[in-house]
Design a binder for this molecule. Structure first.
Ligand code: PGA
Length: 248
């Protein structure tokens, strides 16, 4: 399985920020060490998609609505993202769960919508600090993952991103052993739910991945890549992470 690096720009990026994507394109080879997806804000998707047209980089959205169209002011459907040139979409990011009250049920509907529109969903899950302190991290993540997929969900091109909420944007990361354990637990749920297909799904780690810790994190067994927030905004940081990928 090829490593996947996904960059989540969150609510950052104006037109001028597309220069970072152009810088990335200039610096990577035709076959970089990882698959690359950049998720800029929705306002930049169409132009970002044109920018990467002949480069080995895909463009993704950061969220989608469960419906394909309708009276949902301010929302964007998976079909619209696809139409704008995206090929992937993040669903269930902890900031959406926290700031927009997205429940597992809502996330499950968005996951189904992403697949319906032909987008590769990047499903985010992760425990809170309180859950980890109570020794409930693994059970909380297992439950969240399970409930974030509908019974009939078909995992076409699904990617799962394990992002402990307390590690996002804080500079703190779990111990390597904790990352490995969680990735094993996530893999077990995926196989329970999806059978052999569950064994093929990439599981990313996310939360304060930086050039100086990427090499270690990406070499851990079971870690199929990274979802990168802050360090994806500047091309040199993102490139350093790409260069830190250990050869397997
Ligand atoms: P961070 O964000 O790399 O800035 O911690 C990760 C994410 O929220 O996806």
């Amino acid at each position: 399985m090829r490593t996947l690096l996904a960059g989540n720009w969150k609510m950052n990026g104006l037109h001028a920020s597309l220069a970072e994507i152009r810088a990335l394109i200039r610096s990577i080879s035709e076959r970089p060490a990882a698959d690359i997806i950049i998720c800029p804000p929705a306002t930049l998707i169409a132009e970002a998609a044109r920018t990467v047209r002949s480069a080995p980089i895909e463009i993704g959205g950061q969220d989608c609505h469960a419906e394909s169209s309708g009276a949902f002011t301010g929302d964007i459907s998976a079909e619209m993202l696809r139409d704008a040139g995206a090929t992937a979409v993040i669903v269930g990011h902890s900031e959406r769960r926290q700031c927009h009250g997205e429940t597992n049920r809502i996330v499950a509907a968005k996951l189904t919508a992403a697949s319906r529109a032909g987008l590769a969903p990047i499903l985010c899950i992760g425990e809170s600090e309180a859950q980890r302190d109570r020794g409930e991290a693994i059970s909380a993540v297992r439950r969240q993952l399970s409930e974030s997929m509908d019974a009939k969900f078909k995992p076409v091109e699904l990617v799962v991103a394990y992002e402990p909420v307390w590690a996002i944007g804080t500079g703190r990361t779990p111990k390597p052993q904790e990352i490995v354990q969680m990735h094993e637990a996530v893999r077990a749920v995926l196989i329970e739910r999806l059978g052999q297909e569950g064994a093929q799904i990439r599981i990313l780690y996310g939360g304060s991945v930086k050039p100086d810790n990427a090499g270690e994190i990406l070499s851990l067994p079971g870690v199929g890549g990274a979802l990168i927030g802050g360090a994806s905004l500047k091309a040199p940081d993102f490139l350093s992470i790409l260069q830190a990928i250990p050869s397997r």
